[in-house]
Ligand binder design. Structure first.
Ligand code: 2M8
Length: 449
């Protein structure tokens, strides 16, 4: 299967390259998305490293002066109506040398330092000139990646506990995850907004596979709130309707600092502050997002102080942290292997996005049940990191088998493996390339320190 899968994955990435950047998919997502670009770079590193760097440059070229990296960089050649909410709705003013309406004001999980490190370390397979070019790219990216971390761990520490808060479910990347249900219940759902603004996604995708209208009314309302405040983060918890600490987002923040420590060594900067911040964020995840009764990580609503009552896959993602105490590693693996998430040995398939035994588990609806490759890719890395080689290999095989059988879909049915959503989805293809090529364990910066 491998050469056929390799060819089809590379073909998806060729098809989805548009005017100097990669789109997640042609129809549903016609602009550039932030964390997609990171996963995509990991795969492009094998087939077209120049494009991997160009894509990251396109994204960081749109970084705000305050350090935030926008969750969407809009392509000016795409019509306003081709994606909702489009550039006009976000109404972002001009900044630096960027024209107005160039991006959104939200962020996504900062996967980019991990991705940049992966692209750099693959450059050794492409000769000395490629390594030198990759070092230059790291030099360009490093201060920008640092500014991104400083924004997130500074202005976005809305709870004052050393954790990053997200201000919209879209920032998590796990848009309609049940992890946000309790916090979202308090956000007004003005359904009349959907008469004023038509959803574009349901014109291109099956409505039963997407977030509901109520979800969308809340999503739009939250954008209006943040936009009305000028996308300013001061005092967020007092005036904004959704302020939540996510275990996956924060684990990725800490993982970014581990990757930055390694990048710092290459570009001649001091790695120590990165290791120190990674340690602090890891400690805060353990101290504030762990629920001892269920022995799982949960999201926390900063406005109410409550942990979410739902077991979602974001609670497994802290496994990617090298400094995670053994007790928590063991608990995450137990959860991953339980009937709730079902490692491939139980289900024959990768891990779903939500507890399979929950009454409202939904096999089709986006992040409320289906299998996503990017999250499984992160979990596999965590398993390798903590010495669960057999399980990591099982997961790798299950992911490759699924993609080979069903195609490079956006997400997959958690019982049948049927492809759902977009059929030629960039991060699925990119990570398939990485899974085909890479059987090695990622060595964390901390382990080498
Ligand atoms: C999905 O999110 C966007 C909004 O940002 C959407 O539904 O329109 C999510 O799956 C997110 O994780 C992803 O980055 C994005 C593009 O693939 O699509």
């Amino acid at each position: 299967m491998s050469s056929q899968l390799w060819q089809s994955a590379a073909a998806v990435l060729d098809t989805n390259w548009a005017r100097g950047h990669m789109v997640p998919s042609r129809r549903l997502y016609p602009h550039q998305w932030s964390w997609d670009a990171a996963f995509i770079a990991v795969g492009l590193a094998y087939v077209n490293p120049q494009r991997a760097w160009a894509d990251l440059r396109n994204l960081f070229g749109a970084q705000w002066p305050d350090g935030r990296v926008p969750h969407i960089v809009f392509d000016p050649a795409v019509a306003e109506g081709d994606y909702f909410p489009g550039p006009g709705f976000w109404d972002v003013p001009a900044y630096a040398d960027r024209p107005a309406h160039g991006s959104t004001g939200l962020v996504q999980p900062p996967m980019h330092a991990v991705a940049a490190w992966e692209v750099y370390r693959r450059a050794t397979g492409h000769g000395a000139a490629a390594v030198a070019a990759a070092r230059d790219e790291l030099g360009w990216l490093y201060p920008r990646l640092c500014a991104q971390q400083e924004y997130l761990t500074g202005a976005r520490d809305a709870g004052g506990r050393g954790l990053v808060s997200i201000v919209h479910p879209w920032e998590s990347g796990l848009d309609n995850s049940p992890s946000w249900d309790a916090a979202m219940a308090a956000v007004p759902a003005d359904l009349s907004l959907l008469q004023r603004y038509a959803r574009r996604d349901v014109q291109v995708a099956d409505i039963t596979h997407r977030p509901t209208d109520t979800d969308y009314a809340r999503y739009i309302g939250l954008v209006q709130s943040y936009r009305a405040g000028g996308y300013d983060d001061a005092g967020l918890a007092a005036w904004h309707g959704f302020v939540v600490e996510c275990p996956a987002f924060n684990a990725i923040v800490a993982a970014a600092d581990h990757a930055l420590a390694r990048i710092a060594e290459v570009v001649g900067a001091d790695p120590a502050p990165h290791r120190e911040r990674a340690r602090r964020v890891t400690a805060a995840v353990v101290a504030h997002l762990w629920e001892p009764a269920s022995r799982t990580f949960r999201s926390r609503d900063v406005r109410t102080g409550e942990l979410s009552g739902r077991r979602c896959v974001n609670g497994l993602v802290p496994l990617m942290l090298p400094g995670l105490p053994r007790e928590h590693v063991v608990a995450i693996m137990a959860e991953a292997e339980s009937e709730r998430f079902g490692m491939p040995s139980l289900s024959g398939l990768p891990i779903p996005s939500y507890d399979r035994t929950a009454a409202d588990f939904d096999s089709y609806r986006y992040w409320r049940g289906p299998i996503w490759i990017n999250i499984n890719w992160l979990l596999r890395r965590g398993m390798l990191l903590h010495g669960y080689e057999a399980q990591a290999d099982e997961l790798r095989t299950a992911m490759l088998r699924l993609i080979h059988r069903s195609g490079h879909y956006e997400y997959f049915h958690p019982a049948t493996g049927e492809g759902i959503g977009e059929p030629a989805f960039s991060w699925t293809a990119a990570l398939a390339l990485d899974l085909l090529a890479d059987r090695t364990a990622p060595v964390p910066a901390a382990a080498r320190a």
